[in-house]
Design a protein around this ligand. Structure first.
Ligand SMILES: [Zn+2]
Length: 342
């Protein structure tokens, strides 16, 4: 059982799409409410989310996009369709900025893949997932703890300023990071999900103040393919404040640890005074959609090395699809922070 304060809201379970397009066919949606239930079962005293309203969400996300998330399912049903709202056309290049009304056009405008359908409870769930991240952050900013865990679900790190993708709708880690920055903190984000956190990278890509470091599967072979390559370093005033450390399929803790060392050196050099960790347990050896080979005991080692930075740390839940092992993997990770003095 964890001694780190952990935050969760039951309304995050409202999001339950039926299926996704995967490997050329419709398969059951992998980002299920049972993921969050398995993690929640590890905690005796989960604390509820407070409601910080829309304002901190709009600190990161485009207002038109947020309105789209709120209304897409209603518009989809009003247009006579069953099932979940999902796009079928994505205007990638040379598109004009058009303000179109038809729901199918909006689904194309505000998403980049077919892994992110909008179901009846999607808005409620992603709203409360973001509030959970903000509540866990406030426990740190208020001085009540140095480490806290936001059991966010849906996850967030693939969502950008005005798009959803990869099971993500609102970028919980980015929303918390932006809030922390507004509270005067110097923030670094360490993303250790199996997949590159392209949404988070995009949000802070030209930002010199927020460091984004990601250890993830080589995007030449793995989702999200178009982002996360090691030559992506940030742009303009943000040049040098993005660090991508892609690793090949089959990576075990030894090679992973070497990348982690590089990441931690960069975070220390940024002189961050608050670290947001986007934690995905889909680096686990038995994860059904991923291909690293980390084991349960490795998560404690990784966390204790992060903890050695001796920073206030907000852990935000991202992916992890080996549902039966998920709770224990999260618990193993958080156990690496126990020894840090308050
Ligand atoms: Zn992932």
């Amino acid at each position: 059982m964890s001694s780190i304060p952990a935050f969760f809201d039951e309304r995050q379970l409202a999001h339950e799409p039926l299926q996704e397009l995967h490997n050329g066919g419709w398969t059951p949606y992998a980002e299920t409410p049972s993921r969050a239930r398995m993690i929640a079962s590890e905690f005796a005293g989960l604390r509820p989310a407070r409601d910080f309203g829309l304002e901190p969400l709009l600190g990161v996300h485009d207002p038109g996009y947020v309105e789209f998330l709120r209304s897409a399912f209603i518009e989809w049903r009003a247009s006579g369709r069953d099932g979940d709202a999902i796009g079928y056309t994505w205007p990638v290049v040379r598109r004009r900025k058009l303000d179109l009304d038809r729901i199918d056009a909006k689904l194309g405008q505000y998403s980049y893949d077919a892994a992110t359908p909008i179901a009846e409870g999607t808005w409620e769930a992603c709203y409360w997932s973001a509030q959970t991240a903000l509540t866990a952050l406030s426990a740190i900013l208020d001085g009540n703890t140095r480490t806290s865990f936001a059991l966010c679900r849906p996850p967030g790190h693939h969502a950008g300023r005005d798009y959803c993708g990869g099971y993500c709708y609102l970028n919980n880690a980015a929303i918390a990071a932006e809030r922390a920055r507004h509270s005067g903190r110097r923030v670094a984000i360490l993303d250790i999900d199996y997949h590159h956190g392209n949404g988070t990278q995009d949000i802070f890509y030209e930002d010199p103040d927020v460091l984004f470091v990601s250890i993830h599967a080589e995007p030449a072979t793995d989702y999200p393919f178009f982002w996360g390559h090691k030559e992506e370093r940030g742009e303009g005033p943000g040049d040098g404040t993005t660090l991508n450390l892609p690793l090949p399929r089959g990576t075990e803790i030894h090679e992973y640890g070497a990348a982690l060392d590089q990441a931690l050196i960069a975070i220390a050099a940024h002189q961050a005074d608050l670290l947001v960790v986007s934690f995905g347990a889909d680096t686990f050896v038995d994860d059904p959609i991923s291909n690293f080979r980390l084991r349960q005991e490795d998560y404690c080692v990784i966390a204790s090395r992060i903890a050695a930075l001796n920073l206030p740390i907000l852990v935000v839940m991202e992916g992890g699809y080996a549902v039966d092992a998920l709770g224990h993997n999260v618990e193993a990770f958080l156990s690496g922070f126990y020894e840090v003095p308050a």
